[in-house]
Design a protein around this ligand. Structure first.
Ligand code: ADP
Ligand code: MG
Ligand code: MG
Length: 249
């Protein structure tokens, strides 16, 4: 599904990613872990196509398409979901209206007409019930005064509604209290299927107690220095990152 080959990227003339190789198949959840400053968020930003980051070498192939030349919206229309895609506050636009617009934009990109209002309502009801999101939340203004947990709830709701093939979730250290952690974990677990994949970038070993990954990668200084099964996450929790660094020197 996703093939990242020898990916190099820099920001403001500083090379951050130094040759990332990664292959994600349908049905898999991959976790990317690593010490602070190792380039995890840079990797998600580059996969998202954020403009501040310059890709200098390598390839990002998603279902046979080269993503590297595509704008973030085009990547989304191909079925790639990025957790921080819509972090903006939009006063006066509700959670529901925003997602309706996003869904219809995606349909339009595929040459489809707007989703009939009844189908949309049904879908919203189904997904919000599945994720235990209440009506009041759906009518609130997008991100306005949202707590960390509410931002996560909205993100997971968007993910459920858009039904992406690949979700890239960057769980940075901001605002992930225990509630937010649970929301992300429940959402991801409920949305897991043999057809979709998740790339979970996390600063938290703890999250992997709730979402059991198929593959764990350790990113150190812009490179994946070790990959393994879920047991690697436990090993990191116990031993920290230093031993991985030492092993690879
Ligand atoms: P992580 O998410 O693993 O903590 P980041 O990808 O955020 O790591 O950061 C990797 C490195 O890139 C760090 O050294 C950081 O200082 C640098 N960096 C990230 N974003 C910027 C930026 N906007 N401008 C300058 N340096 C940056
Ligand atoms: Mg960081
Ligand atoms: Mg980060």
């Amino acid at each position: 599904m996703l093939k990242v080959k020898n990916l190099h990227a820099k920001i403001e003339d500083k090379e951050i990613l130094k040759g990332i190789n990664l292959e994600v198949n349908p049905g898999e959840v991959h976790a990317i872990m690593g010490p602070n400053g190792s380039g995890k968020s840079t990797l998600s930003s580059v996969l998202a196509g954020r403009e501040e980051y310059e890709m200098t070498e390598g390839e990002i192939i998603f279902e046979g398409n080269d993503l590297s030349e595509m704008a973030p919206e085009e990547r989304a229309h191909k079925g790639v979901f990025l957790s921080f895609q819509y972090p903006v506050e939009i006063p006066g636009v509700s959670v529901t209206n925003f997602i309706k617009t996003a869904i219809n934009a995606q349909r339009k990109a595929h040459g489809l007409a707007d989703m009939p209002a009844n189908d949309m309502l049904k879908l919203i009801r189904e997904k919000s019930e599945m994720l235990e999101i209440d009506r009041k939340f759906l009518s609130r203004s997008l991100n306005e005064g949202f707590s960390g947990g509410e931002k996560k709830r909205n993100e997971i709701f968007q993910m459920a509604m858009l039904n992406p093939k690949l979700s890239i979730l960057d769980e940075t250290d901001s605002g992930l209290d225990i509630d937010a952690l649970r929301i992300v974990a429940n959402g991801v677990n409920k949305l897991r299927s043999k057809d979709n994949a998740v790339l979970l970038i996390t600063h938290y070993q703890r999250l992997l107690n709730y979402i059991v990954p198929d593959v764990v990668h350790v990113l150190v200084d812009g490179k994946i220095v070790k990959s393994g099964g879920k047991e690697l996450a436990y090993e990191l929790e116990e031993r920290g990152y230093d031993w991985v660094k030492q092993e690879t020197v």
